[in-house]
Design a protein around this ligand. Structure first.
Ligand SMILES: NC(=O)c1ccc[n+]([C@@H]2O[C@H](COP(=O)([O-])OP(=O)(O)OC[C@H]3O[C@@H](n4cnc5c(N)ncnc54)[C@H](OP(=O)(O)O)[C@@H]3O)[C@@H](O)[C@H]2O)c1
Length: 229
């Protein structure tokens, strides 16, 4: 319906973002799907009901102009934004001599600056709707993973959730950091055994979003049974 809530997700082309888009659509949200791979986004948008229900918006979260355009496209199509999930991100091998400096640069930009820019672009519209902002952190943002710059980027997300929530005090906007343990998604090059499924994390997102308006679930850390750390 024309006044159904609108749920924007970055990193919606695969994994946790795509699973969350499916569950949000099932729960009655119109969804805005952002990532770089337009073809995957268009396929998912078609699956979720086409232009009236799901909008595909190509966006590289490292680029401020593209993030502004993403929010503008959402508002133009649906007139409001109720939930924004800053979820785009990727990893790197552990070890301070692993990967290239260029890989590190892209990862830090995407995981940290990208999430910060998503929040910045979305906050004005979320103020209007008294909406909900979520970040994807990680158990790696709660425990230090030896030799992992990725873990450092997720510690930044843990801090970002707290910093943004404090900044938005009084606006009515809720802020939640979702902190997955190991999840079997394209994040890993090969399937991982004993991991969570993307749907397990999507359910945590929907749980936070579906609480009464006066309840702000600040953080949800979800591991598969017996994952250490
Ligand atoms: N899988 C795990 O075990 C795990 C655990 C804890 C936290 N996380 C976090 O969960 C989030 C989602 O990861 P996932 O496991 O679902 O992996 P995934 O399936 O690889 O999804 C990553 C998503 O981020 C998008 N993305 C990457 N760089 C981007 C950029 N510059 N601009 C826009 N979108 C970009 C990718 O789409 P395009 O390539 O189309 O842009 C994709 O949709 C990430 O923040 C990750 O760090 C994952």
């Amino acid at each position: 319906m024309a006044d159904d809530p609108v749920f924007l997700i970055t990193g919606a082309s695969t994994g946790i973002g795509a699973a969350t888009a499916r569950q949000a659509a099932h729960a009655g949200h119109r969804v805005v799907l952002a990532a770089r791979n337009q073809e995957r986004l268009e396929m998912l948008a078609g699956e979720l009901g086409g232009p009236d229900r799901a909008l595909a918006v190509p966006c590289d979260v490292n680029e401020w102009a593209q993030q502004e355009a993403m929010v503008a496209a959402a508002l133009e199509a649906y007139g409001r934004l109720d939930v924004v999930f800053a979820n785009a991100g990727f990893g790197a091998k552990r070890g301070w001599l692993e990967e290239t400096p260029e890989h590190w640069k892209n990862m830090v930009l995407t995981n940290v600056l990208g999430a910060a820019l998503t929040a910045r672009a979305a906050i004005p519209a979320l103020k209007d709707s008294k909406g909900h902002l979520l970040f994807t952190g990680s158990v790696a943002g709660r425990r230090v993973m030896p030799g992992s710059l990725y873990s450092c980027t997720k510690w930044a997300i843990t801090a970002m959730g707290e910093a943004v929530r404090a900044d938005l005090d009084g606006t009515g906007i809720r802020v939640t950091t979702i902190e997955p343990g190991m999840v079997d998604t394209p994040f890993f090059d090969n399937p991982v055994e004993g991991a969570l499924e993307a749907d397990d994390i999507a359910r945590a997102v929907i749980y936070a979003v579906s609480q009464p308006k006066h309840v702000d679930v600040n953080e949800i850390l979800v591991r598969p049974v017996a994952q250490t750390p």
